[in-house]
Design a binder for this molecule. Structure first.
Ligand code: DX5
Ligand code: ZN
Length: 219
């Protein structure tokens, strides 16, 4: 199944609760939560208290994307705050298997993300142990960037490997996805689609519904 995961990094933080209710009512399956530490990426976004305070606003899946150094330190706290899926960066984790084990122990689904320059091969040893791979389609750190065309090939090859191995694994894409590029990533085999700007700029409900309409062509 294809799912939409609107990134609240592009939301209006002064009314986050009502914006969450809008995406929920319009049918977005996930809520993408971008956590940035000012170290792994240059920006600082928000952290555990924000996740905790928005948890009661919706029962949709909290898809937490950790762009932080040494993510093992914070797994339990994000799980307690209400994360359902915790995705960390392969490039930021000194001990990948340890982070996977901690996320499982905390009762969450496990995702691993790779930056645009990290080859697909780097994540292959972990595919059997995780629930989702997140292919960054922009350099992590900021919303509103343009889709990097060379990442399409990575999505295609990961989808092919997942199929060949017969794995039940979600393939998420994040960055620069809009009405135009959404077709590229869906055709390449992505099934969890993160959209920040394309959802929160303008009419949120209309944006969610229009983006989801495209899914039918690829399901
Ligand atoms: C980038 C974040 C993305 C970002 C997506 O570091 O991981 O989730 O918010 O925003 P758009 O859709 O505007 O590129
Ligand atoms: Zn993200």
């Amino acid at each position: 199944m294809i799912k939409l995961s609107p990134s609240i990094l592009a939301a209006d933080f002064s009314c986050l609760g009502s914006q969450l209710q809008k995406i929920d009512q319009a049918g977005a399956e996930y809520v993408h939560i971008d956590v940035m530490d000012g170290m792994f990426v240059p920006s600082i976004s928000f952290g555990i208290p924000v996740v905790k305070s928005i948890r009661p606003c919706t029962s949709r899946v909290f898809d937490v994307h950790l762009m932080i150094e040494d993510p093992a330190r914070y797994i339990e706290a994000f799980a307690k705050a209400g994360a359902d899926i915790i995705t960390f960066h392969l490039e930021a984790a000194p001990n990948v298997s340890d982070v996977i084990a901690r996320i499982r122990k905390a009762g969450c689904r496990v995702g691993i993300s790779i930056k645009p320059a990290t080859p697909v091969e780097a994540v292959l040893p972990y595919l059997e142990q995780i629930d989702m791979v997140l292919v960054m389609t922009v350099e992590p750190g900021f919303g509103g960037q343009s889709y990097l065309e060379h990442t399409t090939e990575k999505i295609c090859s990961l989808r092919q490997i997942i199929r060949e191995k017969g794995l039940d694994l979600d393939l998420e894409v994040d960055g620069g996805i809009n009405r135009r590029t959404i077709r590229t990533v869906l055709a390449a085999g992505a099934n969890v689609i993160v959209c920040g700007t394309a959802v929160f700029r303008g009419d949120i409900s209309k944006n969610v519904m229009e983006l989801k309409e495209v899914f039918c062509e690829y399901e």
